[in-house]
Write a protein that binds this ligand. Structure first.
Ligand SMILES: Nc1ncnc2c1ncn2[C@@H]1O[C@H](COP(=O)(O)OP(=O)(O)O)[C@@H](O)[C@H]1O
Ligand SMILES: [Mg+2]
Length: 244
């Protein structure tokens, strides 16, 4: 008798993700071999914050271990402790990917998840401990991933926060990542870059709502966070380069 398939509806991109026993089945629509090799690489290193890749089923779905816990459906408010955990988990993921074949071949820094936000995080006891959804993973710079992650975890651009509070929370996030050359000022610059890139991507897809949201978020972040962390006066940028 075949096992029960329970739809997992938390994501918005991949149709047909289901749970079967202790596994997740995810339809394969493009070449996933590098993702599978990355998950195997992380398993070999004993990195336990991602699902294990267990093969491909007869319906051409990848078989991944199910990470128990809760996955938020949307952006939300996260406490300082949760921000520290989210950033620390990204740091460990990045460090574990630094020796991966694609990173070395492309002379990159790490593998960027490129969508590390609450809706791709598995929480246990209120703490994010698992990273899922590797559809967007590519070799790249740590800061590129940190910029997007800060945007998503802090909800940079939301009028629910003051700029001062977001500057403070960004420092908490950067400290949680814990690499001096990935300072809050640098992450703030990359956050605006990622928000702008998201707006361009949405515009190219004809998604007006997302275009407007991401554009407004970029402007808000630039004015209320990034500019506060840069030295005053033009030319900007000394602080970003680590020279104050
Ligand atoms: N390995 C996993 N462990 C636990 N839950 C998972 C796992 N993979 C996916 N899920 C669940 O399935 C949902 C959709 O998966 P995801 O890979 O994020 O798809 P999408 O591309 O649509 O965002 C997630 O919101 C999560 O609830
Ligand atoms: Mg997802």
């Amino acid at each position: 008798m075949s096992e029960t398939e329970t739809p997992l509806t938390g994501g918005r991109i991949t149709p047909g993700v289901v749970r079967v026993g202790d596994t997740v089945r995810r339809p394969i629509s493009s070449d996933r071999s590098s993702v599978h090799r990355l998950l195997a690489h992380l398993e070999a290193l004993g990195f336990d914050g991602v699902p294990r890749f267990q093969g491909v089923d007869p319906q051409n779905r990848e078989i991944l271990s199910f990470l128990p816990g809760e996955v938020p459906r949307d952006l939300d408010h996260f406490s300082d402790a949760q921000l520290v955990s989210a950033a620390g988990l990204l740091r460990r993921f990045h460090d574990a990917t630094a020796g991966f074949e694609l990173v070395r071949q492309q002379n990159a820094e790490v593998m960027c998840h490129n969508d590390w936000g609450p809706s791709n995080a598995v929480f246990r006891d209120g703490v994010p401990y698992g990273i899922i959804d590797f559809d967007t993973v590519t070799p790249g710079p740590r800061l590129w991933d940190l910029g997007y992650s800060a945007f998503a975890w802090l909800d940079l651009g939301s009028p629910d926060y003051t700029g001062e509070e977001q500057v403070r929370r960004l420092a908490v996030f950067a400290d949680g990542y814990g690499k001096p050359d990935c300072s809050a000022a640098q992450v703030a610059v990359y956050a605006v870059a990622r928000q702008t890139a998201l707006a361009s991507w949405a515009r190219a897809r004809g998604d007006t709502e997302m275009t407007e949201w991401a554009t407004a978020a970029a402007l808000w972040t630039a004015r209320n966070v990034t500019e506060q962390l840069l030295p005053t006066g033009y030319p900007l940028g000394q602080g970003v380069l680590g020279v104050s």
